[in-house]
Design a protein around this ligand. Structure first.
Ligand code: ZN
Length: 403
């Protein structure tokens, strides 16, 4: 075992989830994502769908059983025909041969797939799948991992086989700190570590007002461990120790010397057996085909969380949509709950950096993230079996009900 692999294994053991590593990619989506059944989870404070909050439009979860699909093998991987996915999930399709583009629509939900491309448009948002959609014999095929761990969650979340998670404790992770400033725009004197902490504190207030229990991985300007790798792992360990139901890492992007790029990105941990969105994760122990990181057990719920945070960030900040992407991110790897990392804008872009430097805009970022979390909470509420749903009178946020 390489030193890196040993560290990973040690982290896995620490969070008590090493067993996850023995799962195979193809079977994982049918197994519960948490060890104990949580069929009647406690409601989030203030339970129910809050007014003005968008949940994915789904019917009440029942004993819904995901439709069986025919597996086709390409490149030693399992794929499903997109047309069969659409038919079984009850989506109408339109095919445009010249573009090799299949559009699937059901009510307000829409997915556009293009042959030989990793980028898809889901409900108007850019998502980068782990594997390109294949074009074979005049048909499109979607990789099984992308379907089971991402697209199915967004198209028909009622078919997710693992229990609907509870949502009470939220861990916010302001990126960087101490001797690691993160991205800097020296001309404008802004540092990522300072902005991230400020946004986290603002978001904490909003969430506490709704009755959530909120934990921050840091409240001061400090590093959490002497090395970068240990610092990132530490953040996941803090979240697991706090019993986090949701983890949100707050960052700001940069692409110096290219100062033109702008917009928002949402990252999830790379799904099992797939590649990082960039080559960043190459050589990481979890790049191997069969290894599954602890956080991968929550992939179907993480996908819903990422989609909600992605949509509300783009809507709330009116930023360019740079997509829902995957990366082998050390801060997310060891999590025992759904988790995402948000890069709300680019500090290397003067206009966005100037905005981020104002408290009013940082409040706007916090509110956009808050909307994303509320939307995720609303979707979970919609999916819970009826018996465990809060009465209608409780279907509003419990304002000023700080724990
Ligand atoms: Zn960062």
């Amino acid at each position: 075992m390489s030193p890196a692999a040993f560290r990973f294994a040690a982290l896995g053991a620490m969070v008590g989830l090493l067993a996850a590593c023995s799962q195979t990619a193809s079977a994982a989506a049918n197994e519960p994502s948490v060890p104990a059944p949580l069929r009647a989870p406690p409601q989030r404070p203030g339970g129910g769908v809050a007014p003005g909050v968008t949940a994915l439009n789904v019917p009440m979860a029942s004993a819904a059983k995901a439709p069986t699909l025919t597996v086709t093998r390409f490149k030693n991987e399992d794929y499903f025909a997109a047309s069969e996915i659409a038919e079984r999930l009850g989506f109408k399709t339109t095919w445009e041969e010249s573009k090799r583009e299949l559009t699937m629509v059901a009510g307000s939900r829409k997915l556009v797939l293009t042959g030989e491309k990793r980028e898809v448009a889901c409900n108007g948002l850019r998502i980068f799948l782990g594997d390109a959609v294949l074009y074979r014999g005049g048909k499109l095929y979607v990789n099984r991992t992308d379907y089971e761990r991402c697209l199915l969650s967004l198209l028909r979340p009622e078919f997710i086989t693992s229990p609907v998670p509870k949502l009470r404790t939220i861990v916010l992770d302001p990126g960087h700190g101490g001797s690691d400033p993160g991205m800097e725009n020296n001309a404008l004197r802004v540092q990522e570590k300072v902005l991230a902490l400020d946004v986290a504190l603002r978001l904490e207030k909003l969430l506490r007002a709704e009755g959530y229990s909120v934990v921050l991985t840091r409240r001061e300007d400090r590093q959490l461990a002497p090395t970068k790798e240990a610092d990132l792992q530490r953040r996941a360990i803090i979240a697991n120790a706090a019993g986090a139901d949701l983890f949100l890492s707050i960052h700001f992007n940069s692409l110096f010397p290219d100062t033109r790029v702008s917009g928002s990105e949402v990252y999830v941990f790379t799904r099992p057996g797939q590649r990082s969105d960039t080559s960043w994760g190459f050589g990481q122990p979890d790049d191997s085909e069969n290894e599954i990181a602890p956080v991968n057990r929550h992939d179907p719920w993480t996908s819903i969380l990422a989609h909600a945070v992605h949509r509300e960030t783009i809507n709330g900040l009116k930023t360019a949509d740079r997509g829902h992407k995957t990366k082998h991110l050390g801060v997310l790897r060891g999590l025992n709950c759904p988790g995402v990392l948000v890069e709300s804008l680019f500090l290397s872009n003067a206009e966005e950096a100037r905005r981020a430097a104002t408290p009013a805009y940082r409040q706007q970022i916090a509110e956009a993230l808050w909307s994303g979390i509320r939307s995720y909470a609303a979707t979970l509420d919609t999916l819970r079996p009826k018996s465990s749903t809060a009465p209608a009178t409780a279907n509003r946020p419990a304002a000023s009900n700080s724990p």
